[in-house]
Write a protein that binds this ligand. Sequence first.
Ligand code: MN
Length: 284
Amino acid sequence: MPEFRKILDIHRGQATSDGAGVRLLRILGGPGIERFDPFLMLDEFGSNDPDDYIAGFPPHPHRGFETVTYMLEGRMRHEDHMGNVGLLGSGGVQWMTAARGVIHSEMPEQEEGVMRGFQLWLNLPAKTKLSDAAYEDIPPARIPRVQTREGVTAVVIAGTFDDGTLRQPGAVQRPDTEPLYLDIHLPPGASVSPRVAQGHRALLYIYEGALGLEGHAAPIEAGHLARLSDTGEVRLTSETGARVLLIAGKPLNEPIVQYGPFVMNTREEIEQAMRDFHANRLTA
Ligand code: MN
């Protein structure tokens, strides 16, 4: 009998607004749901009311980490100081490494209909916080998908899906934090055991249905985040069907000093980021 990871805690996402008034659910990184090294923040945006999202995120800076935007539905236009322009559509991912600095805007391109997706903030180690910025738009056709014999589908955004039978590397591989980012769809009655590296932090966010986790009696309902212990196996089940993000990564174990969109290791580095931003040197 294998040992299974335990649930450390379960949180409900908190309604908030950000950017120019985009309504969203802060799943990780808000009051009472602090960071989970190497993850700084996870937001879910989802609405069929354009007033909730149309104002978007006009130009704003980032330094010291990566942002990963995964669109389930809708279209978001991205523009940055490097002249990159990208249109993120349903099922697409934007992986942006802000590193030394990015100034960008993220604006919904549709005026009606459903807009739904996630943005994850992933920390960078001290040694690459001031590296050159980079970004990649990944269309859905370039994001691998696997289907198990039980009919479980996994969209393999980052890292590698491996259940002992199927092995599929994802669209993105990153050093240092070695992130695993899976969007898993379980039909009713199905189960799946994706491998998560021992010692890596793992979290589950249920965004539809209800999820059972081996070793725990009660299912976790949609809208909840479960943080798991660092070792053991993960076996997901669902009586009713569920859609779940499984996100894991290697902790950096470095001090974090954050001021809004700047995430560094020391207060001096934050002050430097603010001076650089005000002097128009953030991205120089
Ligand atoms: Mn941004």
